[in-house]
Design a protein. Structure first.
Length: 198
């Protein structure tokens, strides 16, 4: 028991001697309480949705009215035909996959850029960029919209945009929010826009 009490005393002294330990012990939980208590919410409000109603009867009309009256959803579009729904697939930049997406009647693809973003060397990153470039060109020639995303950030985005053609949309949400923690959301969005608009 004496050993255990000695261990506790030693740790106690260490915590109060090292400011970093104090911050980790007290500062982080306080920051989490403030963020989760006031800033972060898991409430769903005003989610944009589209509705496809085949039956067009009074029951579905009542359901649609209840949905539109709620604060949780905003009906952005009433879809008349299934052909009005855009189909998009998330793919690695493989020619066979893009051909298969075309055969399936896909309207758009999102190219997975994670291998480029996480490449351990510049040579491997360049190799992945070349694969993404060829995939974007192939999809564009087949009439498929080209979107891309996964792991893109302020460091790797400029070279990606300069190399890969025919981009319709780029998904950079995770990196953008991570950067915004330090720089603020408005400043971070402006930085990304400057990269994209070059």
């Amino acid at each position: 028991m004496k050993r255990f009490i000695g261990f506790i005393k030693k740790e106690f002294y260490h915590i109060f001697r090292d400011r970093r330990s104090l911050f980790i012990l007290f500062g982080m939980p306080i920051a989490q309480i403030l963020l989760f208590g006031f800033a972060i919410t898991n409430e769903i409000n005003n989610v944009d949705i589209a509705i496809l109603d085949h039956s067009k009867d009074t029951t579905t009309e009542e359901i649609i009215n209840k949905i539109s009256a709620s604060k949780y959803f905003t009906i952005k579009q009433m879809i008349v035909r299934e052909t009005d729904i855009e189909i998009s697939l998330f793919l690695d930049p493989n020619p066979k996959d893009i051909n298969l997406a075309f055969e399936l009647g896909t309207d758009a693809i999102e190219l997975h850029t994670g291998n480029y973003a996480n490449a351990p060397s510049s040579g491997e990153a360049d190799h992945e960029l070349e694969r993404l470039k060829k995939a974007a060109e192939q999809a564009h020639e087949l009439g498929i919209k080209v979107n891309a995303g996964h792991g893109l950030n302020q460091k790797n985005l400029p070279k990606f945009i300069a190399t890969v053609p025919h981009l319709n949309e780029i998904s950079i949400g995770h990196a953008l929010i991570s950067d915004a923690i330090f720089d603020g959301l408005e400043t971070t969005v402006k930085k990304y826009l400057r990269i994209i608009e070059r």
